[in-house]
Design a protein around this ligand. Structure first.
Ligand code: ATP
Length: 269
């Protein structure tokens, strides 16, 4: 269980986040949405323990996150950073294996045999054939999949994802989110994901948190949250909302101001 209590963060006198509270007790996929600069990444950095809140606190299974030693925290929580892995010169397999560090002693030894765990992650992410390739020779999408394989072998209970579909084409966006959703169900994970694409957020998330100007704008199921009013108030855009044919998740049909007149011109050409 992860609980945020009146979280706030101020940097150099500027408030980035204020009074953010929520509590995720059950496993599921929890999305964080909001416009550019709203404070989504800042919130994720607080949840992961990278940054400290200037007010409020985060409890992980009832204990303040700041009280967890680094490796103990890493056994509970893994983070897929925005942009995935830095392009360092390790092979894909070595990079994925780095995810086992919370289980290793001083000399890199560990009690469990990690090989099958690493093998499983490489297979699931379609990386087996690239195992010996240097990470800096991967495409952006392959690097993102290697980053997910790395956090998979970390075997967390909570997975934080910051824009996991960046760099991915639509096929790989679905593949990555399907993998996360399957993994979430198999392991009863709590996934907290910052997502820009509202249609994907509505399709994959059980619950959405909307951040606007550093404050909580709304929270609820995708059907409650993804509305015409949200698109207008939060993003300043006009849209129709259409239920997805499979399951009815709300999907956004954007209505740019110029498109109607532009279409008329194109029809006349
Ligand atoms: N260390 C910092 N010092 C000062 N301002 C910061 C710092 N980190 C972030 N900000 C500012 O805080 C605001 C929120 O940033 P954040 O990255 O959390 O937004 P975001 O919702 O993730 O945005 P995006 O969707 O564009 O990635 C932005 O205006 C950003 O410029």
């Amino acid at each position: 269980m992860i609980e945020a209590i009146k979280l706030g963060r101020t940097v150099d006198g500027i408030s980035l986040l204020s009074e953010i509270s929520f509590s995720y007790a059950a496993p599921g996929i929890y999305g964080i949405i909001g416009p550019n600069g709203a404070g989504k990444t800042s919130l994720l950095r607080l949840l992961s323990g990278v940054d400290r809140p200037t007010s409020g606190e985060i409890l992980l299974d009832g204990k303040p996150i700041a009280d967890y030693p680094r490796k103990a925290l890493a056994r509970k929580m893994a983070v897929l950073q925005q942009g995935g892995l830095p392009p360092v010169g390790y092979s894909v397999e070595e990079t994925v294996a780095l995810g086992r560090y919370p289980y290793q002693g001083w000399f890199g030894d560990e009690q469990e045999d990690a090989k099958p765990i690493i093998e499983d992650a490489l297979t699931r992410m379609g990386l087996s054939h690239l195992r010996n390739r240097s990470v800096d020779q991967l495409s952006g999408g392959e690097r993102q999949r290697a980053a997910l394989a790395q956090v998979m072998v970390q075997k967390p209970q909570i997975l934080l994802l910051d824009e996991p579909t960046t760099y991915l084409d639509i096929g790989y966006q679905l593949q990555l989110l399907d993998t996360v959703a399957q993994w979430q169900q198999e392991q009863s994970l709590t996934v907290i994901a910052v997502l820009h694409d509202l249609n994907l957020a509505a399709l994959y998330c059980d619950h959405l948190l909307v951040i606007k100007d550093g404050s909580l704008y709304g929270a609820g199921t995708p059907k409650q949250i993804v509305t015409r009013e949200l698109v207008r108030d939060v993003y300043g855009a006009e849209a129709d909302i259409i239920p997805h044919p499979d399951g009815g998740a709300p999907q956004i049909m954007l209505r740019p101001k110029l498109i109607a007149s532009r279409n008329r011109i194109l029809i006349n050409v």
